[in-house]
Write a protein that binds this ligand. Structure first.
Ligand SMILES: [Zn+2]
Length: 392
């Protein structure tokens, strides 16, 4: 049994506990959560750790398979520019790719990430995941805007899913503009029939996506037209991207919308009826990297929807640290209390992934992983540019 205490303990179940103490079993299970008023609290028994202790982070959006692209794509190219660059350099030597994924996995684990919802277009990450201490949920990403190819694309996804063997995963969609109605229906049925898993899709990541569904104009429409995905007029207009998806959300699984950079009040209002199983995933640093813009986080927060945090990939981020994502939100939205940001970074993600019995909070019997955050501002309860996190 290990007894540890720190200047603040963030349990995610109430106010942070000054000088809070944890008793932790050898397997990482929390035995006691104590504050100095408790009779069993004896400070001399416990190891004192500088800074704060928070439950292990849950990264709800990552593309481990793109780890070898670190530093290869320029910032602020916009989503269209980003995708063009990505297509040019996506191929890489297998061993290089593997090493980059291993390094990224290790970096995530050491910085305190205990679970990851990870997007997969192939099987290249399955080996790294099999041997990792992180709990991965692999989301097999499918895209295709032509109705006639939906069945084939979906079946290829099922084959990949089988290759995962016993590892957790399910099929997901890439984005509204890359999913035919036929493909959406197949994914809906797949999730409705699955015993676990969740829906995941990139959502309102660029202004071009909004323009496409508004009136079939803009860069994305031009690109799709160029690819022969539709003739003359885009067939789904006078709507928001979410209108195109609504009918084919699964009936009984959680739903994750990723990025939401250009989501508005109307979108959030429309989705209120799904509130108990809908999650808005934020990847602020990737948004700044690609589009140099952040989602309307205040609006999202006031809507009372669940918010989670993800790192996106090393193709669009400097590293895969959750603390840096939290710091970015804190810097742009200083009015959001740090207690809330810690909930977004672990508990909400654990709920989305069905892991919240054991992860996302410090309580009797939970096994959330313990993260120490050093170099914090205790007076103002802020993390600083010098803060860093590590799994202990
Ligand atoms: Zn992504």
């Amino acid at each position: 049994m290990r007894k540890i205490r720190a200047s603040y303990l963030f349990t995610n179940l109430g106010d942070p506990i000054p000088n809070g103490m944890l008793w932790v079993n050898d397997d990482g299970t929390i035995e006691r959560v104590l504050s100095p008023e408790d009779t069993d609290y004896h400070s001399e028994d416990a190891e004192f750790l500088e800074g704060w202790l928070v439950p292990g982070f849950v990264n709800t959006h990552c593309h481990l398979e793109l780890s070898h692209l670190k530093g290869k794509i320029q910032e602020h190219t916009g989503l269209n520019g980003f995708v063009s660059e990505l297509m040019k350099i996506r191929g890489a030597d297998d061993s290089l790719r593997f090493k980059a994924q291993q390094a990224a996995d290790e970096e995530m684990h050491q910085s305190g990430i205990v679970a990851v919802a990870d997007i997969c277009n192939g099987n290249s990450t399955f080996e790294v995941k099999k041997n990792s201490p992180i709990h991965y949920h692999s989301l097999i990403e499918r895209f295709g805007f032509k109705t006639e190819t939906a069945e084939l694309i979906f079946r290829e996804g099922l084959t990949l899913l089988e290759e995962l063997n016993q590892q957790p995963g399910n099929i997901c969609l890439h984005a509204p503009y890359s999913a035919s109605i036929a493909l959406q229906k197949l994914v809906k049925q797949h999730l409705n029939e699955a015993s676990s898993g969740f829906y995941s899709i990139h959502h309102t990541e660029s202004e071009a996506e909004i323009a496409l569904f508004r009136d079939g104009s803009g860069e994305m429409a031009n690109r799709m037209r160029g690819w022969g995905l539709f003739e003359n007029e885009f067939p789904y207009t006078a709507m928001r991207p979410v209108d195109y998806l609504l009918e084919n959300f699964p009936n009984n699984k959680n739903i994750l919308l990723i990025h939401n950079t250009f989501s508005n009040a109307e979108d959030l209002e429309k989705l209120q009826y799904l509130r108990d199983r809908l999650y808005f995933g934020l990847c602020p640093r990737a948004n700044l990297y690609i589009e140099n813009q952040l989602p309307k986080i205040e609006l999202l927060r006031n809507s009372n929807h669940y918010i989670t945090i993800g790192t996106d990939s090393l193709a669009s981020n400097y590293n895969l640290g959750m603390l840096e994502e939290i710091f970015t939100i804190q810097q742009h939205f200083p009015e959001i209390p740090i207690t809330e940001l810690f909930k977004w970074s672990s508990w909400n993600g654990a709920k989305l992934m069905g892991l919240d019995k054991t992860m996302g909070h410090f309580s009797l019997g939970s096994k959330p992983g313990i993260v120490q955050i050093l170099h914090v501002d205790n007076t103002n309860k802020k993390i600083t540019s010098k803060s860093f996190s590590r799994l202990i």
